[in-house]
Design a protein around this ligand. Structure first.
Ligand SMILES: N[C@@H](CCC[C@H](N)C(=O)O)C(=O)O
Length: 319
């Protein structure tokens, strides 16, 4: 009689895992992915699943860190490329809150340190440079990052300003259609200035505002209320805005960095040459600072926070 070998103990099939980090800038939140060697196939479906707030990790967008050498469209001068995707899986050219969180993530990965000096980041909108700075004095003694966002331009030029805007925008919850101003910050924005806080609070951004003429590539819509000016101890005149935003490819978010730049540039263009160059923009998720430099570039400053390391069980995501 031959001995029967004992049955092997059941071994669970190894699960496919993906290590990601969750981070945010003024509660505009992102799933961060380290793909430094460009080995991952990040499909729109995977982005949607990871950004899903119930079935996935949850985020307004996904940011993939990849060496610029692995990205044919990366601009010259960058070692790292920020591959930004909206929560619906679509590509966007630029994310102002995201690029600060990108820098914080590189620091966390040991791939860059503020002590190394400025960080040039490749994006689909071109090169953006990030550096560590102290927060605006109105906010307190915390560490921020500042980003040279390049030029932010009123698309229709002076004609659009003279006409009160180059678009009309219909927002649920607001009785009348409003004029909007198109501003290019590398990605498209339409800024609507409202007269009072009440209007801003009443706007229903659970649906996308309807913009005419319909922008060919969609747009991010910012609703803005001017909230006065003040002087800092060093004499700097600072304007203040309240802002809510409906983002292309996402929905209403708690903050939008490129949107804050667009809002400050639009209000400044309407206000004329004596308007402040520095603006604090209060969004539902916090405060960012936008500075219009004499050379036409805008600088966006604000916080960048990492909140969790997540080991995602890819098999658990719905097919
Ligand atoms: N939240 C971002 C902008 C992200 C891209 C935007 N939704 C688009 O499609 O252009 C920011 O902080 O700038």
């Amino acid at each position: 009689m031959t001995a029967t070998a004992p049955a092997p103990a059941a071994v669970a099939a190894p699960q496919a895992r993906l290590a990601v980090v969750k981070g945010h800038g003024t509660r505009n939140d992102f799933v961060l992915l380290d793909d430094r060697d460009g080995a991952l196939d990040v499909t729109p479906a995977l982005v949607r699943l990871l950004c899903d707030r119930r079935g996935g990790v949850g985020g307004d967008g996904l940011i993939r860190v990849v060496r610029a050498g692995h990205v044919p469209q990366a601009p010259a001068g960058a070692q790292w490329f920020m591959d930004y995707r909206n929560a619906d899986g679509s590509l966007a050219q630029m994310c102002g809150n995201g690029v600060r969180v990108f820098a914080r993530y590189l620091e966390h990965l040991g791939l860059w340190s503020p002590a190394d000096g400025d960080l040039p980041v490749g994006t689909r909108a071109g090169l953006r440079t990030v550096r560590a700075v102290p927060a605006a004095p109105e906010v307190g003694d915390v560490a921020w990052f500042a980003v040279d966002m390049g030029p932010a331009t009123v698309v229709g030029g002076p004609d659009a300003l003279a006409d009160g805007g180059d678009a009309t925008v219909e927002v649920d919850g607001l009785a009348v259609t409003r004029p909007g101003l198109s501003v290019d910050v590398g990605n498209p924005h339409t800024v609507v200035v409202l007269a009072q806080d009440d209007d801003l609070d009443r706007a229903d951004l659970s649906h996308a505002p309807r913009v005419l003429p319909v922008p060919a590539d969609g747009t991010n819509v910012e609703l803005v209320v001017p909230a006065g000016e003040s002087r800092r101890a060093d004499g700097t005149l600072v304007g203040r805005l309240r802002m809510r935003v409906h983002e292309r490819g996402v929905g209403e978010t708690q903050s939008c960095g490129t949107g804050a730049c667009a809002a400050a540039v639009a209000v400044r263009a309407w206000a004329g040459p004596d308007a402040p160059a520095v603006w604090l923009v209060d969004v539902p998720g916090g405060t960012v600072e936008v500075t219009a430099r004499p050379d036409g570039h805008v600088v966006l400053a604000g916080p960048a926070v990492l909140v969790a390391d997540v080991d995602v069980a890819l098999d658990a995501l719905p097919a």
